[in-house]
Design a protein around this ligand. Sequence first.
Ligand code: COA
Length: 180
Amino acid sequence: MVPESARNYQKTLRLPGGFLLQIRSIRPDDKAALAGAFRQLSGDSVHSRFLVYKRGLTEAELAYLTEVDFVHHVSLVATLPELEPERIVGVARYILINQEPAAPVAEFALVVVDRYQALGIGTVLLKHLANIAREAGVRTFEAFILRENTHIRELFEHCGFRVHGEAEGELLKMILDIGV
Ligand SMILES: CC(C)(COP(=O)(O)OP(=O)(O)OC[C@H]1O[C@@H](n2cnc3c(N)ncnc32)[C@H](O)[C@@H]1OP(=O)(O)O)[C@@H](O)C(=O)NCCC(=O)NCCS
């Protein structure tokens, strides 16, 4: 996928539970909504996503997370378009860590606001992000997760990608073959 189409990605779908969900590219003007979504996360979800406990996102972090180039760093948000103002309920991103032409690898991360978890949003976000990555030639996603993070492991099992985990100190490095 060329960067411009990743930059303008937008799909609307209905979740099995009836929610209308929009998956779209993150934008620089999402900073306030992203900060709002972060404030809705439980401490455990923050820890699982960022691997540290933190109380908020700094201006620099918000800039880093929203001003992405859609080549080395690609990010999608899940929003509820029926709510006014539009609300971000999930975020997924990948960052290229190895650009070897034959086998590019990207590190990815995913988070869904607690009250919207277990509705299928994380699965949808990962699948759409993987579609973009695949079209950009990426074949492998890696993610560092807490060993006790059973929800993300269940999500991987349902995504249909070949997955394996390697111990990496206190963490697990999950390796997903998305090139299917
Ligand atoms: C992991 C995470 C992204 C999953 O997102 P999600 O939108 O809840 O995932 P889905 O609804 O697609 O669920 C996938 C599976 O995970 C399980 N699951 C996810 N969240 C759950 C919850 N809060 N309670 C119970 N089960 C849950 C379900 O078993 C579900 O399986 P099902 O299809 O049989 O129902 C979300 O729990 C989260 O944001 N966690 C904190 C951040 C994190 O761990 N990120 C991973 C590091 S990259």
